[in-house]
Design a protein around this ligand. Structure first.
Ligand code: PEP
Ligand code: MN
Length: 338
C-alpha cells in the first residue's frame, strides 16, 4: 500500500505514519517527491490496514500498489530516478554513456580505451575483471589486478567505473574499487547476490536475464531496492529467442515498457544485444531515439585481438562516430519535445 501524505504534511506526521506502518508489522519506506511525500507500506500480510492508516494525521489517501514489484513501481514514485556518480548521470532526461572493453586485459589496453571513450563523450568506463564465461577454459578475467587497473583509469579520467561482481563473496572487494556494481545477466535471479549488492551502498547496473520476463526483471530489482538501495539501473541486454542472426534478440520496446512501469533508469547494451560489431552503431542510435537513459557499449583498441567479445566490440573511431550520431538524434528529439 502507499500512504499518500497531504502536500503540507509535517515531518512529525510523516514519522507518525512510519511508526503506524511499522506497528502493523509492515516495512515503511519514505519517498519524498517534489509534489508529495508518500510512505510505501511493504509486506506480505493479507490483512487490510487501509482504514487504520487512513485516519492518520496529514494522510491524504491510502492506495494499494497493484504491481508485484513495489518500490520499483511508478505507482510509488512518479518522478524518474536519476543516478549520478562522478561524471556519469542517467535518468530523468539525462543520458549516460558507458563504454570500454568486455574484459580488462592490460594497463595499456584499458588506459588507452578510457582516454578514447572519454574524449568521445562517455562518462562511464566498463570493463570486466571477473568474467562470467560459458566455458571454464575461457579467459576468466584479471580479478583484483583488473580492478586496480580500473581504479587507476578512473583516477586519471574521472569516468565512473562499472564492473561486474559475480558472487556474494566478491562484493566487498569489487565495491572497494568500483563506482557501479554490475550484476550480470546470468546472475539476475541470484537473490543472495542481489541482497548483497543492495546492502553495499553503491549504484547497481542490473542486467536482464536472457530468459527473464519483465516482471521477473523488475522483481529482481526489487530485491536490491528492498535493501534500502534506490540506485538501480535496469539494463536490457537482449533475450534468447529462436532467432539466430543475432547473438541475442534486443527488444528496444523494453525502454518504453519499463519507463511506463518503473521510475528506474533504463540502459541498453547493443553489444551483447546483437553480438555483431556492424549492428552496434545503429542499435545504439535507435536505443537513444527510443528514450533510453543510457548505453553500455564494448569498445576495444584492436577488437580482432580482444580476449573476449571482440566480434561485438567497436574501434575507437566507430565509437566516436556512434556518439556523434547519438548526440545528433538526442538534440533533434529534444528540439521537438521542448
Ligand atoms: C558483460 O557485460 O561483459 C557481460 C558479461 O554481459 P551479460 O551479463 O549481459 O552477458
Ligand atoms: Mn562482453
Amino acid at each position: 500500500m502507499i500512504v499518500v501524505m497531504e502536500p503540507g504534511a509535517t515531518d512529525e506526521q510523516v514519522q507518525a505514519t512510519v511508526q503506524r506502518v511499522e506497528s502493523l508489522g509492515l516495512k515503511a519506506n519514505v519517498i519524498v517527491g517534489t509534489e508529495r511525500t508518500v510512505v510505501a507500506a511493504i509486506g506480505n500480510k493479507r490483512e487490510h490496514f487501509k482504514e487504520s492508516l487512513e485516519s492518520g494525521e496529514g494522510v491524504s489517501a491510502v492506495v494499494p500498489i497493484v504491481a508485484p514489484y513495489k518500490m520499483a513501481s511508478r505507482e510509488v514514485r512518479e518522478e524518474p530516478t536519476k543516478i549520478r556518480v562522478r561524471d556519469f548521470v542517467a535518468g530523468g532526461g539525462e543520458v549516460g554513456f558507458i563504454a570500454g572493453p568486455c574484459s580488462v586485459e592490460s594497463e595499456s589496453q584499458l588506459l588507452e580505451t578510457a582516454r578514447a571513450v572519454k574524449a568521445a563523450g562517455a562518462t562511464g568506463l566498463r570493463g570486466g575483471a571477473f568474467k562470467p564465461r560459458t566455458s571454464p577454459y575461457s579467459f576468466q578475467g584479471l580479478k583484483e589486478d583488473g580492478l586496480k587497473l580500473l581504479a587507476a583509469a578512473r583516477d586519471e579520467t574521472n569516468l565512473a567505473v562499472v564492473t561486474e561482481v559475480m558472487g556474494t563473496s566478491d562484493v566487498d572487494l569489487v565495491a572497494k574499487y568500483a563506482d557501479v556494481l554490475q550484476v550480470g545477466a546470468r546472475n539476475m535471479q541470484n537473490y543472495r547476490l542481489l541482497e548483497a549488492v543492495g546492502a553495499a551502498g553503491k549504484p547497481v547496473l542490473l542486467k536482464r536475464g536472457p530468459s527473464a520476463t519483465m516482471d521477473e526483471f523488475l522483481l529482481a530489482a526489487e530485491y536490491i531496492l528492498n535493501e534500502g538501495n534506490d540506485q538501480v539501473m535496469l539494463c536490457e541486454r537482449g533475450i534468447r529467442t529462436f532467432e539466430g542472426h543475432t547473438r541475442f534478440t534486443l527488444p528496444l520496446a523494453s525502454v518504453t515498457y519499463l519507463h511506463r512501469k518503473t521510475h528506474l533508469p533504463v540502459i541498453i547494451d547493443p553489444s551483447h544485444g546483437t553480438g555483431h560489431t556492424y549492428m552496434v552503431p545503429d542499435m545504439a542510435v535507435a536505443a537513444v531515439a527510443a528514450g533510453a537513459d543510457g548505453l553500455i557499449v564494448e569498445v576495444h583498441p584492436d577488437p580482432s585481438s580482444a580476449m573476449s567479445d571482440g566480434y561485438q566490440s567497436l574501434t575507437f573511431e566507430d565509437f566516436g562516430k556512434t556518439m556523434r550520431r547519438c548526440h545528433a538524434v538526442l538534440e533533434a528529439i529534444r528540439s521537438v519535445d521542448a
